[in-house]
Design a protein around this ligand. Structure first.
Ligand code: CO
Length: 193
């Protein structure tokens, strides 16, 4: 099933997500749906809240970035109940975008290196470190589980300049080549209990 993407202004994007239970009914189907939705939307990452589920899960597939960086060709992972346990390295700007905030990109400053603990879709535990683009994407997706959007992390002056555009997105004034859910619209029926 392909979910519509929830856009800026919807309260589900501001909620703190809850932990996924091992063996939770419908979980494997939901993960497949996340992949499918992300691929059809041309995204490189997608988190539960972006399809209206306040669950601590996100998926990342960087194959689409392989032209810029061949090392990203084969990175495809689901992160369940992740915890970023360390953020180290230089604080660096990087231009970010988000399927939930169409047509807006901004430089966001984040630490360059992270250590993250998480479970994959088979509930195997991982404890890994990332830097570069992967560290960046993981931190962005992780923030979705905490109700944080990249536009929260930009300087106040940039935020003020974006205010009108963000309000317009909430009202459906944007172009996207994927289906979306506006703040005033109802979410899809629950698959996960
Ligand atoms: Co995002």
């Amino acid at each position: 099933m392909i979910y519509p993407i929830v856009v800026y202004g919807h309260p589900v994007l501001r909620r703190k997500s809850v932990e996924v239970q091992q063996g939770q009914e419908g979980l494997q189907e939901f993960i497949r749906d996340l992949w499918e939705t992300m691929h059809i939307s041309d995204g490189i990452g997608l988190a539960g809240p972006q399809v209206g589920k306040s669950l601590r899960i996100f998926v990342i597939d960087t194959a689409g970035l392989a032209d810029e960086d061949p090392s990203l060709k084969n990175f495809k992972s689901a992160f369940i109940n992740p915890a970023i346990v360390e953020r180290t390295g230089e604080r660096e700007p990087f231009n970010e975008g988000c399927l939930s905030i169409p047509n807006i990109r901004e430089d966001v400053v984040r630490e360059s290196r992270i250590r993250i603990q998480y479970y994959d879709e088979d509930f195997n535990f991982h404890d890994e470190s990332y830097d570069g683009v992967l560290s960046r994407i993981i931190q962005h997706e992780y923030d979705h589980l905490e109700g944080i959007l990249f536009t929260d992390l930009i300087p106040p002056i940039r935020k003020r300049l974006l205010k009108g555009k963000l309000n317009a997105i909430s009202r459906g004034k944007f172009d996207a080549n994927y289906k979306t859910v506006l703040p005033k619209m109802k979410l899809e029926p629950e698959i996960l209990k």
